[in-house]
Design a protein around this ligand. Structure first.
Ligand code: NA7
Length: 560
């Protein structure tokens, strides 16, 4: 049987089979990049693993986010698995920033290459995970009636997987086409001849808007908060550059893992050299700093924010960088009032996720595109054929695209009824915000691991680097326990408290708390404001995790 035949058999079986009390060594929730690698590693240790996935195939965020223009804002050669040299050598990325379809093809390729799908149950959403203290095992239940048990449960549920659906009055009365960026249909969507509205101006919208504008008869962008965006300068990857890069792939990967920043290390070698190249802008000639920033603006990419080392630490540097970008916006966008409305002023640059775009600001020079500033004139309500504004004006629409973001980092975990020791509910334990040790485990929830959980670098890093690190740590820990006869592990409460305080201290030393971002939960009404990711960089974090292991899993308690 060919690998593609095997895949479709696996998917068909997945659709008809139901687990009814089967027992496994490890149950994994989610078959995105984390769940896929977990399965591969667990199998490699001879463990029996079952993966449950809500989508109908692998890829996680890349399975769901199919909106026009969707692509990774991290560079392809770094945003890819490093665990198999054969895989990284044989796979050829076509562009500097891969499109969503290409990343999904990669996920499917990995699933086929390592024959992953036979142990994944697709189209199942895990609804409940409960730990039985006496049996020392987790019971996992899905919305399709599966029920399975295992001593270990690993949550690979992703950081941005639960869409945020804002309460906009009468949204359900819209009679045209309504699309959510994060749940885009699998069939092609045409905007030809349509009057389209987009609500939101985060990364998703900033990628979608230029593509929609090219097709639509008219596009209205409803913006509440402008974001800083830098040009991607995307393009095909030069085969010579790729060959040279791949010739030293292990060296580059090592740099990604151990770097003090976000896990891109030295990817930005020529022709995309990276930073930091200047310690601070404070006290420097602004003209010189601007000349440097201009060089990196032309190189493109999110690394722009790392060109000056203290951009998110020092208010003066931050102002210089933000002013530079605002001037770029004003230079690109011809209509002065639109340019003004597009200039972010309410948060320091880099304290919300920096967007990476292709012709975003240029799109506002098109005659068929209009920006509506919701700060001046909020949305009053949605009608069958458009949007009514507070001042009584009306925007007629045939299609409405919602690009309103996610309940980040905790959303997916808290939508599962997770019950730890003595029936304790994760929703209750995290009612004032997430508390976790190293972003890997939660006191009171034995044998539960969270991949890229709150309290780890996660969304502030190259996700593939962080995923591989957490998967390796978790699987090695399970292996250690089996070899040492431990049946139960959980974080010690005091170690967890200390870690949470440390994560807060690191964030407090930056300007990040001023961002009002989804990093803080600020985009979700009523969500506790806690800065969730660990902001000290992937290299520092990895050293800490390794030290914890070297010290006999310091901060965790074991039981037999
Ligand atoms: P983001 O970055 O959270 O952006 C969501 C956008 O939606 C943002 O501009 C919001 O404005 C806007 N929004 C949310 N609710 C409303 C309402 N009620 N009215 C008007 N506008 C609203 O999500 P993305 O999907 O773009 O990107 C998420 C991450 O995915 C991204 O960082 C990458 O890592 C990949 P607000 O700022 O709240 O005023």
């Amino acid at each position: 049987m060919s690998s593609s035949e095997r895949e479709s058999v696996a998917q068909r079986d997945s659709a008809v089979q139901r687990d009814t009390g089967q027992s496994f060594d490890v149950i994994v929730v989610g078959a995105g990049f984390a769940g896929m690698y977990l399965l591969h590693r667990l199998r490699g240790m001879g463990l029996r693993a079952r993966v449950y996935e809500a989508g109908n195939s692998v890829g996680g965020t890349w399975y769901w986010n199919r909106y026009p223009g969707a692509r990774c804002d991290a560079e392809s050669l770094a945003y890819s698995y490093s665990f198999s040299h054969e895989l990284e050598t044989e796979w050829n990325w076509s562009e500097r920033y891969a499109t969503q379809p290409e990343i999904l093809r990669y996920a499917e390729h990995v699933a086929a290459k390592f024959d992953l799908k036979r142990d994944i149950r697709f189209g199942r959403r895990v609804t409940r995970a409960s730990f039985d203290d006496r049996a020392g095992q987790w019971t996992i239940e899905t919305d399709r009636g599966d029920r399975a048990v295992a001593p270990f449960c690993v949550m690979a549920t992703g950081c941005l997987s639960v869409p945020q659906e804002p309460q906009i009055k009468d949204l359900d009365t819209f009679a045209g086409h309504l699309y959510w960026a994060s749940r885009w249909p699998h069939e092609p969507v045409s905007f030809e001849g349509q009057r389209v509205g987009v609500i939101g101006t985060g990364s998703s919208a900033i990628q979608a808007i230029p593509v929609i504008a090219q097709q639509a008869a008219h596009l209205t962008v409803f913006q509440r908060t402008p974001n800083f965006s830098v040009p991607a300068c995307n393009g095909p990857l030069d085969p010579k550059f790729v060959d040279a890069f791949k010739a030293n792939y292990p060296g580059h990967r090592k740099n990604h893992r151990l770097g003090m920043g976000a896990g891109f290390g030295d990817l930005q070698v020529e022709p995309h050299p990276g930073g930091p190249v200047l310690e601070t802008a404070a006290g420097k000639s602004e003209a010189d700093v601007r000349a440097l920033l201009d060089k990196y603006w032309r190189i493109g990419g999110a690394n722009f924010i790392g060109v000056i080392a203290d951009t998110i630490l020092n208010r003066e540097t931050n102002r210089v960088v933000a002013d530079f970008v605002r001037d770029k916006i004003r230079a690109i966008v011809k209509d002065a009032a639109t340019a003004d409305a597009l200039c972010p002023t309410s948060h320091p640059i880099g304290t919300k996720r920096i967007c990476v775009d292709s012709e975003y600001y240029e799109t506002y020079n098109r005659p068929n595109v209009k920006l509506v500033n919701l700060r001046d004139n909020p949305i009053e309500s949605v009608a069958a054929n458009g949007i009514r504004m507070h001042d009584g004006s009306f925007h007629g629409l045939d299609t409405l695209v919602m690009a309103t973001g996610f309940d980040a980092m905790t959303g997916a975990l808290l939508r599962i009824d997770v019950r730890g020791s003595a029936g304790k509910s994760l929703v209750d334990v995290w009612s004032a915000g997430p508390r976790s040790y190293l972003g890997l485990g939660v006191a009171g929830f034995p044998n539960l691991f969270t991949i890229t959980g709150p309290g780890s670098p996660s969304v502030l890093s190259n996700m593939l680097v962080s995923i591989e690190q957490h998967v390796d740590w978790t699987v090695d820990c399970i292996d250690y326990m089996r070899k040492h006869g431990h049946r139960r592990i959980e974080p010690v409460l005091a170690a967890q408290d200390e870690w949470v305080a440390h994560v807060n201290d690191v964030a407090n030393g930056t300007l990040m708390l001023e961002g009002g971002s989804w990093y803080l939960g600020a985009n979700i009404p009523g969500k506790p404001r806690v800065f969730m990711p660990y902001a000290a960089g992937v290299g520092t974090y990895r050293e800490i995790c390794d030290r914890v292991v070297a010290n006999g899993y310091q901060g965790f308690s074991f039981a037999s």
